[in-house]
Design a protein around this ligand. Structure first.
Ligand code: ATP
Ligand code: MG
Length: 264
């Protein structure tokens, strides 16, 4: 399968008052079309920087970012993004928030078609009946569901998510994981998910990429060979437990601690 995203030998340093701060150091990532890549790594290692590069919001000092066979040098409309804070517009209804990207990307699309597309997604994530509400009238989990709909309403090539479930309680988060899998079963888009939750990375990912501490390198790539139609129960099976152990060890290495220290 062709790679939809390719990050080749990417290095970057931010210019700060105290001098250059190297954040990425020869990063290599490849995500085949339709696959889900989860990215984990120590706090501050450069994960959000990576999302900005893929979206074309910044250019690296060196190396190349490719999306769908094209070199990324400018912001992309074909990238959908979701963040920890759903950033929905309070003066718009949930429906109008979800429609927003279509107004920008597909200005000639009729309002009826826009509404139909948005409602299709809102139904899929269990928000039918809430389309007329304002964001503040919804729970955190519902807002995040709406923000996922908005991120994919225009059928982007890739959905990039930067810790989208990080602010939710455990049970709500697990519900959202299942919603994410349902959405992808209906529309198989390519995904990059930044997360610090190892269970989330194994449940959602086809591959889990472990980044080293700053400046980030690709330290380890784990192929998640669990059934495509997995449910949460799969996380309690020995195969998944082995993967979680391996990832825990990799994070310890990334944090510069060895396994013997074991505190985490
Ligand atoms: N625009 C910027 N200018 C200068 N330094 C920056 C800038 N953006 C990020 N940094 C620094 O670069 C490093 C990597 O930041 P980044 O946000 O990519 O890390 P992260 O892995 O997403 O962190 P976290 O796990 O806390 O979300 C951090 O030390 C951060 O302080
Ligand atoms: Mg971040």
């Amino acid at each position: 399968m062709a790679n939809l995203i390719e990050i080749k030998n990417v290095s970057h340093a931010y210019r700060t008052k105290a001098g250059p701060l190297p954040v990425l150091d020869g990063l290599e990532i490849a995500v085949p079309e339709g696959e889900f890549a989860a990215v984990v790594g120590p706090s501050g290692c450069g994960k959000s920087t990576l999302t900005r590069l893929v979206a074309g919001l910044m250019k690296p000092d060196s190396g190349e970012v490719w999306l769908h066979g094209e070199r990324v040098t400018t912001p992309r409309k074909t990238v959908g993004m979701a963040f920890q804070n759903p950033v929905l517009l309070e003066w718009r209804s949930i429906l109008d928030n979800v429609i927003l990207p279509l107004e920008i990307v597909a200005p000639r699309m009729g309002q009826k078609d826009r509404v139909a597309r948005a409602m299709q997604l809102l139904e899929m994530v269990g928000l039918a009946g809430f389309e007329g509400k304002r964001p503040s009238q919804l729970s955190g989990g519902m807002r995040q569901r709406a923000s996922l709909c908005r991120a994919i309403v225009h059928k982007p090539d890739v959905l990039i998510m930067d810790e989208p479930f990080g602010a939710l309680d455990n049970f709500t988060r697990e519900d959202l994981w299942q919603t994410m899998r349902d959405l992808r079963a209906a529309e198989p888009f390519t995904c990059v998910l930044i997360t610090h939750d190892l269970r989330e990375s194994v449940f959602l990912g086809d591959q889990v990429i472990v980044l080293s501490g700053r400046p980030a390198r690709t330290q380890h790539v784990l192929t998640v060979d669990l059934p495509a139609d997995r449910t949460l129960d799969v996380l309690y099976e020995p195969k998944a437990q082995d993967m979680l152990h391996l990832l825990r060890d990799q994070i310890r290495i990334a944090q510069g601690r060895d396994g013997a220290e074991g505190a985490h």
